[in-house]
Design a protein around this ligand. Structure first.
Ligand code: BG6
Length: 304
């Protein structure tokens, strides 16, 4: 594998190194430019790729979050990319979508007839989407302190999980059709009132130093934990809250989606009062798997 790799050092803003890069690139392949740099350099590198002729009509450009920090900066960034590449050449990626278990969400929902009839507010009491990380911010404090959990995790990874969980079945398994259905979910999200949010920051403990120490900013108010109760205003989901939560330096590393079904309308079993309904847990990582929790009776005479 190492024999396939070359390293070329260049000045993103200046002229040095671009000829050396051009000399390394072959013409008979699709060139993919993956910008593993801060977003401030997306625009200038795109322009360089264009003016030096390194980017051809067949090339692709790949960028990852943060794609701006608010609507205006995201639009400005998109305008810069679109100034140099056509929409079909631009890949805005989210690494969560590469996870097998995340891809399996579509399969679970749309390749099985079992759950879909129950997948709505009439039968689902609430949904929890949890991404809990054991690691802290470590050496990434400089970046993270300007983002926080909301921009680092929620607007991208958790939002993708929310869309895959809540969207309508697309007519085809095709990128535009899937995108259209995800977009409808996002458009149906209600603004989240402050009372339905929790923000937190980890302190020092046995697992390591505090957030403010790791971020090297003693006054930082950046959240390393966030929880939100969101509502989707459409026929399928109105009345079923979706709880999103993610944090760093939590006790365990765990990403999962929990679909909590409503309990039976009337119980004939005396021990079943206040029993939770069935729960479907889709464990994304680690120990990937799907669990369905059912109520059964205890062996022998006795309870449930
Ligand atoms: C990244 C975030 O996008 O995702 C990190 O910037 C986070 O802060 C990481 O730790 C989590 O990814 P994974 O694949 O380890 O769950």
């Amino acid at each position: 594998f190492c024999a396939c790799l070359d390293y070329v050092k260049l000045d993103a803003k200046g002229d040095d190194g671009w000829d050396a890069l051009a000399a390394k690139l072959r013409d008979d392949v699709v060139r993919v430019f993956y910008l593993s740099v801060g977003p401030a350099l997306f625009g200038v590198i795109s322009e360089k790729l264009n003016t030096t002729g390194l980017a051809t009509d067949k090339s692709r450009i790949v960028v990852e979050k943060p794609l701006g920090h608010d609507l205006a900066s995201a639009e400005a960034l998109n305008a810069q990319l679109r100034g140099c590449f056509s929409e079909k050449q631009i890949y805005r990626i989210d690494h969560y979508l590469g996870k097998e278990t995340v891809q399996n969400l579509m399969a679970l929902r749309f390749a099985n007839a079992l759950f879909e009839p129950l997948w709505n507010a009439q039968h689902v009491d609430h949904v929890q989407i949890t991404v809990s990380e054991h690691i802290g911010v470590g050496g990434r404090g400089g970046y993270y302190d300007k983002s926080g959990a909301l921009r680092d995790m929620v607007q991208n990874h958790l939002m993708q999980l929310l869309c895959l969980t809540a969207m309508e079945p697309p007519a085809k398994f095709d990128p535009d059709a899937v995108r259209d259905e995800k977009l409808k979910v996002i458009r149906a999200l209600e603004p989240v009132p402050l009372k339905d949010t929790v923000r937190g920051q980890y302190r020092a403990g046995s697992a390591g130093p505090s957030y403010v120490d790791e971020a090297e900013n003693p006054d930082s108010k950046t959240e390393s934990y966030v929880a939100l109760k969101v509502n989707i205003s459409n026929w399928r989901w109105a009345g079923t809250p979706i709880n999103l939560r993610t944090g760093k330096r939590m006790r365990n590393r765990l990403s999962e989606i929990t679909i909590a079904f409503r309990s039976v309308p009337h119980s004939i079993f005396p021990d079943m009062e206040d029993r939770p309904g069935n729960v479907l847990v889709i464990r994304l990582q680690p120990d990937e798997g799907i669990t369905l929790r059912m109520t059964i009776k205890d062996p022998g005479p006795g309870g449930m």
